[in-house]
Ligand binder design. Sequence first.
Ligand SMILES: Cc1cc2nc3c(=O)[nH]c(=O)nc-3n(C[C@H](O)[C@H](O)[C@H](O)COP(=O)(O)OP(=O)(O)OC[C@H]3O[C@@H](n4cnc5c(N)ncnc54)[C@H](O)[C@@H]3O)c2cc1C
Length: 568
Amino acid sequence: MPEVHFDYIIVGGGSAGCVLANRLSASGKHRVCLLEAGPSDRTPFITIPGAFAYFMFSRKYNWAFDSEPVADIREGQSIFCPQGKGLGGSSSINAMIYIRGHRLDYDHWASLGNHGWGWNDLLPYFKLNECNERGADELHGGSGPLFVSNCRNYYPINELFLKAAGETGFSLNDDFNGPQQEGVGLYQFTIRDGKRCSASRAYLRPAMSREILTVKCNALASRILFEGKKAVGIEYRQKGALKRIYADREVIVSAGAYNSPKLLMLSGIGGRASLEGAGITPFHELPGVGENLQEHVDSCVLQASRKSDGFSTSVGGLLKMWREPFRYLLGKKGKLESSITQAGAFLRTSEDLEAPDIQLHFLPLLYDDSGRNLKLMSQNGYSCHVCVLRPKSRGRMTLRSSDPAAPPRIDLNFFDHPDDGKTMANGIRIARRILAAPSFNDRRGAELSPGSELQSDEEILARCKKTLGLVYHPVGTCKMGSDDMAVVDESLKVHGLESLRVVDASIMPTLIGGNTNAPTMVIAEKAADLILQTEVWDGQLRATGGGGRICQHPDCGRLCGRNPHRCA
Ligand SMILES: Cc1cc2nc3c(=O)[nH]c(=O)nc-3n(C[C@H](O)[C@H](O)[C@H](O)COP(=O)(O)OP(=O)(O)OC[C@H]3O[C@@H](n4cnc5c(N)ncnc54)[C@H](O)[C@@H]3O)c2cc1C
């Protein structure tokens, strides 16, 4: 069989991989192959925003990992760690909330020595990525591939949440991605015309007709191939056969925060002890691979309701939903055109803080265990989820075995640092204060969790641990930087190896204060420029045929228009 060659091989067709597949193939000059372990995304379930819960039970579109059990967390049960599988990756199963994080998060990355990754460096990429239905302005993009729409609010209880927050003294914010993040408000969503706008829909589909782009689904990359220290290809499994393809320029790993370090380790890249522990001969020692795992730990106040105007899986609750599939099918309208998480907040647990340290997700239902606790959900109630935005604890991901099909071992290590527990307890108190405000008086039932009798930090935290969950934002396992534990440099090249980059959520050195889909796409937008600039940048705009690009002139760095000479 003749060898099959491409210029670039991208492993993983998720949020980052779809952006790369589009951008790297845009010039028409480079042969690009996108390998995706999961299936195509041609299913209505992915399209329908209200079908989010379906993916928590799916094994086709969700890797559905489980963390390692810890005695005092979820009573010794593992925490469910969903990750998208199939074109679009996690952006095909996520809750579609559009958040960028706080500007200080990126300035912090830059302060760690990652030049070009500060807020002002990345803002142009956020704008390039975004098509906000509110239009373009200084901070927002109005013509990018990722459509961002306002919340279509179908649960009046969300309004009560906003009113209650006002009564509690918190200010309202109608744009968490605007000049300031802090406040309480309705989220915006990556939804277009009532359909999920995944990375696949935004970036991959428009590029699919390009002849130089090859997309292979159900293709599980099992090993990176090397010649000396140079990555030259990928070995992958498809329909029971072991196959190889070759990259003449680069291999780019975009398999997500668990699967990217896993693929590196399967290829012998990682810490000696963890590789040998899994029966893998070390090829290139990089102790940081799989370390530095950060995730948004989530706990909540669950409140019973005396009214039934939220969502419940009781017979009555489901009967009330009978019209919704028809409304959606006929006009992409109704409750199914929205995400169920609509209202939220970014707040500070202490006035001394520079930026919000907790995020709230308010839900018009009793939501626990990633929506898999159907018994709880059959009661009327509402929940206010609290997430610690910048956890100080660090977990790790290691291999269970050398079998590429085996799930990774995930040690979340939540609350290893005492400050995280303190922030969580204070966050729960803030959520309680909002839910205790007069606006909720006519529906407030018992506090089902943590339980109003639990007041001290220790009591609250002990109870929170029993129902602990995630916001599904793992990052940091192939962190960018220059210290001993860094895996990639500021160009996202793997330290000490050639022609190999990691581009996805795993490269974030620290977790950002917000949801991670758009930030991951922006990492990929920037990576595409880093990859292509060596040949197509000339201190000017890049001519991709896709319109104006970010100007690389040292004094500009903005989206300055289509004229490549304007900034010269
Ligand atoms: C349930 C859920 C809800 C979320 N809600 C939100 C939200 O509302 N808003 C928000 O901003 N963020 C949300 N997130 C987070 C956000 O979606 C992710 O941070 C982001 O999509 C990560 O992008 P990625 O490219 O790093 O990885 P992914 O998008 O997960 O892509 C990785 C891809 O690589 C593929 N892959 C893995 N291993 C291999 C292999 N060996 N060979 C080939 N392919 C492979 C996977 O199948 C997957 O398609 C949510 C995530 C989840 C899981």
